[in-house]
Ligand binder design. Structure first.
Ligand code: XUL
Length: 511
């Protein structure tokens, strides 16, 4: 029986999932939490402290330490690592790693030994010590420059207008502010392609799922756009890896130390949302997904290439072929946790009791928990926005106000993607009954849960098996069946239709 390993390198943690497609079972999983397990990197929520609230960087060496620790933990579970026939994976999107000339020989010299850790081996390969990640909103000036140079073509060809967290504007800012370090940069990788490169001990490609989150990939030609790349930063096209899919290469001998077999195929990694599209079984058109994690996202496979007329949403490559749409909200799980904490509530109260004690619609009270600069819509000034006296309200009122405002914002900004009769939920907060019912009522759609919470890691494992010849449809049936359904209550439809304009008003009051 062949096993397949999927690795999800997300904002606050790294997870691994081993599947057995022939048996249709999940064999084992393991995880590394950056706060609890790697405190020495000072990235408790996956982000380094910075005086500027718009700047959000992480430590790329932490991701390497996490990879070593994850594989050691997986091996320690007793799972037969030698049975793993291929590896796939994904990373948080948009984040970039800047590597110098030493990167290539270091990759090539990854040998089997009880040698220094990955973090130690790659410490000298960084042309830039830190990596901007998707939470960074500090590149508005660069976005305006790209808009001025390319206008509507940027969205028409790359799937998105210039967006602060996208890799192109980040590279432009780096090249402008640190030209010497940019000159020393031989390769710019995404989190996904960086980790995939380390696994194969060679320079790995970027796939169209994650590559579309850069403002650099022309989705009509599926190649780096030479004009946009050169305008973004001089010589940038030469510093990017190739665009590709399928198998990236064979596993480097270094990983034999975890009893993995050197040479097994490693699939080209993708972004966490495209991987989740696969893991939730929504890779063919018709089902939408709401993923409630560090970011909240709404995504679905697209029937045809189509962009958001409001310029907030994105088009990425679908790892199963074609395209996917996505709307991303920065204030997701960390914001929910802060609302809960400040209301003095336990999770059980947040997930159930608060919704029993308040009516759907909350008598019109809404609160957008924008503790961080928001992405959708783009708002640089952080701070909670409420249409009532939030601080003076009872805990249950605050909780419903925030959860309903988040759900209404998801509905409002996903209108361009389409109307769906069923929405599949994933991510930590999708376990909350109150949140699931709110989504069902706000969208007036069946909310479907799937058994596996780590849909991105599962998607990575499925893509590994797919690269090894296992059909995706067979795995979707086995691994992503609907495990629970929350039906919409038609009586609440009118309440939320009315509140849709109220949440738009609240968003506008922020400008
Ligand atoms: C998507 C986005 C986030 C990250 C982190 O555009 O920025 O969802 O992928 O999960």
């Amino acid at each position: 029986m062949a096993y397949y390993l999927g690795i999800d390198s997300s904002t606050q943690s790294m997870k691994g999932l081993v599947i057995d497609p022939a048996a249709g079972t999940i064999v084992q999983s393991a995880g590394v939490n950056f706060k609890a397990d790697l405190p020495q990197f000072n990235c408790p929520d996956g982000v380094l402290a910075n005086a500027d609230p718009l700047v959000k960087h992480s430590d790329p060496l932490m991701w390497l330490a996490a990879l070593d620790l994850l594989l050691a933990r997986l091996q320690a579970t007793g799972v037969d690592m030698a049975k793993i026939a291929a590896i796939g994976g994904d990373g948080q999107q948009h984040g970039s790693v800047y590597l110098n000339e030493l990167f290539f020989p270091t990759l090539a010299s990854l040998t089997p030994c009880s040698c220094p850790s990955l973090a130690e081996q790659f410490a000298t390969t960084l042309a830039r010590r830190t990596s901007p990640i998707w939470m960074d909103s500090s590149t508005s000036a660069e976005c305006r420059e790209l808009d001025a140079a390319f206008g509507a073509r940027l969205q028409a060809d790359t799937g998105s207008p210039a967006i602060e967290r996208f890799t192109g504007p980040q590279v432009r800012k780096f090249a402008k502010t640190e030209p010497e370090r940019y000159a020393q940069t031989a390769r710019v990788h995404l989190v996904s392609s960086f980790l995939c490169s380390v696994l194969i001990g060679k320079d790995a490609p970027i796939d169209s799922g994650d590559g579309a989150g850069m403002n650099l990939l022309n989705l009509r030609t599926m190649a780096w756009d030479p004009q946009i790349a050169e305008f973004t930063a001089p010589g940038l096209a030469g510093k990017l890896p190739r665009v590709g899919g399928g198998v990236a290469g064979g596993l480097a001998p270094y990983f034999e130390k975890y009893n993995l077999r050197a040479g097994i195929p490693v699939a080209v990694w993708t972004g966490d949302n495209p991987a989740s599209l696969v893991g939730t079984g929504a890779w063919s058109a018709g089902v939408a997904v709401v993923s409630l994690g560090t970011s909240d996202t709404f995504f679905a496979a697209l029937d045809a290439f189509r962009t958001d007329p409001e310029g907030c949403g994105h088009v990425f490559g679908n790892p199963a072929g074609g395209f996917m749409s996505l709307a991303c909200f920065k204030n997701g799980s960390l914001a929910r946790d802060r609302v809960r904490r400040e209301a003095g509530a336990e999770w059980s109260f947040f997930d159930v009791t608060a919704f029993e004690k308040t009516p759907p619609g909350n008598n019109g009270k809404l609160a957008l928990p924008w503790f961080e600069a928001e992405i959708t819509p783009p708002v640089l000034k952080p701070g909670l926005r409420a249409n009532f006296d939030f601080a003076a309200a009872a805990p249950e009122v605050r909780i419903r106000a925030a959860v309903e405002a988040q759900a209404l914002a998801l509905r409002s900004h996903a209108l361009w993607i389409g109307k769906f009769g069923a929405i599949r939920v994933t991510g930590g907060a999708s376990k909350s009954p109150g949140i699931r019912q709110t989504l069902a009522d706000v969208f007036q759609a069946r909310v479907e849960s799937i058994a596996v919470a780590d849909s991105a890691a599962l998607g990575g494992a499925m893509l590994a098996a797919h690269a090894d010849g296992v059909p995706l449809a067979q795995m979707t049936q086995a691994f992503s069946p609907v495990s629970a359904v929350c039906e919409p209550r038609p009586a609440n439809a009118a309440v939320y239709d009315k509140l849709l304009s109220a949440v738009r008003e609240l968003e506008k009051s922020a400008f």
